[in-house]
Design a protein around this ligand. Sequence first.
Ligand SMILES: Cc1ncc(COP(=O)(O)O)c(C=O)c1O
Length: 383
Amino acid sequence: MKFSTIAIHEAQEPDPVTGAVITPIYQTTTFAQHAPADMIAGYDYSRSGNPTRTVLEKVLAGLESGAHGFAFASGMGALTTLTMALLKAGDHVIVGDDVYGGTFRLFDKVLGRFGISASYVDMTDPANFRAAITPQTKMTVLETPTNPMLKIADLAALIKIAKEHNIITAVDNTFATPYLQKPLDLGADIALHSTTKYINGHSDVVGGALILKDDTYAAAIRFHQNALGATPDPLASWLTLRGLKTLAVRMEQHVRTAQALAEFLEGHEKVQEVFYPGLKSHPQHELAKRQMRGPGGMISLRLKGDAATTNKFLKNLRYFTLAESLGGIESLVEIPAVMTHASLTPENREKLGITDTLVRLSVGIEDLEDLREDLDGALKAAF
Ligand SMILES: Cc1ncc(COP(=O)(O)O)c(C=O)c1O
């Protein structure tokens, strides 16, 4: 099966008893047993496993070309479980320097207390990654495209270095989605997702996922998924399963619209800089073309003017809603410096270029003309 067929048919045969075409929501906490510890269909308790979640996990595994999929109550639940399952006190992790603020916070404020140290490096140059390796380095966690600067890391090059040093590579593939980029096919050990974003795609359920090929890592993650308990409930699993059926068509539209808007913004007199991997001006444009099926639906831009101008711009937008998160069918706008990336230190934000006038757009699938007019009108009104 190819991508869209997997999304719609993997593990989703019509129900043999009722003929229901769509996977049921098994809204139950517990399951009857034939005899003590003799389960009817392998399920005993919905934290450990639930049939609706199982279907979601199989589809996620199929879409990312993995052998094992695990669903979680959030992207952070997925990352926490991954680190607890595969790391121990004394281990060192190399993390991308402009990962999602919550990922930074987990390593910086939580895992350090358990003896797991982290270095943060600019992954756009694999030499930086190589230089950060210590004898204790056990794992790397990186994003590409990054959030919010949309930098691209060369996955094949980084994975090659990681393999030379027996370092586990975990790629947060939330921004690209498996439709646009396949980390496991490039040799990564783990693909990580906030399914809250494009995979569910409708801004109505928070969730996360880990997908991998290796059976030993999978056994550890399965154990910790149950032991730590950050699992999605049956309705959340079902909503995510419903959302991801249209992932391919949504991504095609997100990319088409984002490319057109990025080109429009790049030529706009009120815009200082546009960050979008689909633009020829993007420093890793060629790498993005090689590594991804399309440059994605996220655009960052730096406005001319100051924080007050930026606020005025936000107030004058009609279709871009001021909100955190991304990857839904509706367009969103946010200011990373005070919203998604507020947990970074001010020095880090400055180093990365996350200024008060940096605006991040999550381009939805509304009509392109409406979105272009919306941005143009708000830019004009702001100045
Ligand atoms: C790239 C990325 N990874 C992980 C997360 C965390 O996911 P969640 O919010 O589902 O816990 C986010 C959330 O914004 C994200 O943008």
